[in-house]
Design a binder for this molecule. Structure first.
Ligand code: TXA
Ligand code: MG
Length: 331
């Protein structure tokens, strides 16, 4: 299959919608990462997403909507708290989990009785959904296990020959996937941290962070968010988090340098690649740098531990998985 890469315009959006209406799949931009989209209500279309990504069948997809009305047929009930969060954070990088109706096929929900819904802020994404008139299921548009794509070129690397069209809207502004939450006993339960932070959510209700966010699940443990149990976001290189800052990290780099080793530092530092001084910049750059590590043939990537505050928790959560939970203590 020939894969076309087209800049987002009125015409390319029209072309994307036409493919989607015919049951095909298209890679679309969002503000978080690029998504691999198909009609969320068409099980055959959704199946082809799993094939293109090589994704395990039990890992459910997020359903993307362009207006609040679109959600109503998909869910049995919308809690008051969810309405208030939607008012504040939609359109934006927040995904909420609801009990699903029969309208949502099992393929989309990974066999669960719930459905994850989000309204992306990216204009191209919303325009394409609007033109389709149905919600789009869209996981990140990477091959399963690889770092998520934050540029159309990343999607092309992974999906060339597998899908007909990629809509290019430049670099994703947030750079890590949406925050995924569910509601438990009136509390907000964070399953995956993202651009809408626990501090922002805490203005609305008590917030708990799922234990899978910062720890490796045990072998047979049931996880609330199936995606959290898979090794993820990994380049070919071995990634390690280094629990050191400043001069301690500098010393670590001096002691551990090698031909195929790279270092990612929080801010500019000699001999290191800078992945950003703030959590927002780190989120924006992380996945592209992990892909870059592969391009230059790196075998080891040592990363200065990020802050876990705000969007930092999302950066840390993705890094932990890229590093297969390996943290090096320096003292
Ligand atoms: O920012 C994003 O959310 C991006 C863009 C494309 O919108 N999408 C994305 O999708 O990250 P994906 O499939 O890569 O990640 C979806 C996550 C997975 O961890 C999945 O297990 C979880 O959401 N999830 C989806 N439906 C769920 C449900 N009903 N219950 C619990 N977790 C769910
Ligand atoms: Mg993903």
């Amino acid at each position: 299959m020939l894969t076309e890469l087209e800049k987002y315009t009125e015409e390319s959006a029209e072309k994307a919608a036409k493919i989607l209406k015919n049951g095909g799949i298209v890679a679309i931009p969002t503000e978080t990462v690029y998504g691999l989209a198909a009609n969320a209500l068409d099980e055959n279309a959704v199946r082809s997403i799993f094939v293109a990504k090589g994704r395990p069948q039990d890992n459910p997809l997020i359903v993307h909507i362009s207006n609040f009305e679109m959600m109503k047929p998909l869910v049995t009930d919308i809690p008051e708290l969810a309405k208030r969060l939607a008012e504040q954070f939609w359109a934006g990088p927040l995904t909420m989990i609801f009990d699903k109706t029969e309208v949502v096929p099992e393929e989309t929900s990974g066999g669960l009785s719930t459905v994850a819904v989000r309204m992306p802020a990216n204009e191209a994404a919303r325009e394409i959904i609007e033109k389709c008139g149905f919600p789009l299921a869209a996981p990140s548009a990477n091959t399963s296990g690889k770092p998520s794509p934050t540029k159309a070129e990343h999607v092309f690397e992974d999906m060339n020959g597998k899908i007909p069209l990629i809509i290019d809207d430049g670099e994703c502004s947030v750079g890590v996937e949406s925050t995924v939450i569910c509601f438990r006993n009136g509390k907000i339960h964070i399953l995956r941290p993202g651009g809408i932070t626990r501090e922002m959510l805490a203005e609305f209700a008590e917030v708990e962070v799922d234990k899978a966010v910062e720890a490796a699940p045990k072998a047979d443990e049931k996880v609330l968010s199936p995606g959290m149990k898979y090794k993820h976001y990994s380049p070919k290189a071995d990634v390690f988090i280094v629990n050191a800052h400043g001069d301690d990290f500098k010393k670590f780099c001096q002691d551990n340098g090698g031909e195929k080793t790279i270092f990612l530092s929080c801010g500019e530092r000699e001999g290191c690649m800078d992945y950003g001084e703030t959590s927002e910049i780190q989120a924006h750059r992380l996945f592209a740098l992990l892909r870059h590590a592969d391009e230059i043939g790196a075998e080891k990537v040592y990363v200065e531990i990020p802050s876990k505050y705000g969007v930092g928790l999302a950066v840390y959560n993705r890094l932990l998985r890229a590093a297969a939970f390996r943290i090096i203590e320096t003292s």
